[in-house]
Design a protein around this ligand. Structure first.
Ligand SMILES: [Zn+2]
Length: 58
């Protein structure tokens, strides 16, 4: 399962692999695949299992 977001460092659209088994609310750091800067990702699953993600510069 992947979610689209925008990198706060370079502004590129990035695709992030997410794992619903990690809990309905997750927070972790992952490097941008485009510019390699670390992003702090806030990941939330709704009751239907859809993921929404917010990336901020860390
Ligand atoms: Zn980036």
């Amino acid at each position: 399962m992947t979610v689209d977001s925008d990198c706060p460092h370079c502004g590129e659209s990035i695709q992030l692999a997410v794992d619903p088994s990690g809990g309905e609310s997750q927070e972790y750091v992952e490097d941008c695949p485009v510019c390699c800067n670390p992003n702090l990702l806030h990941l939330q699953f709704d009751e239907e299992g859809r993921a929404s993600i917010h990336a901020e510069a860390s």
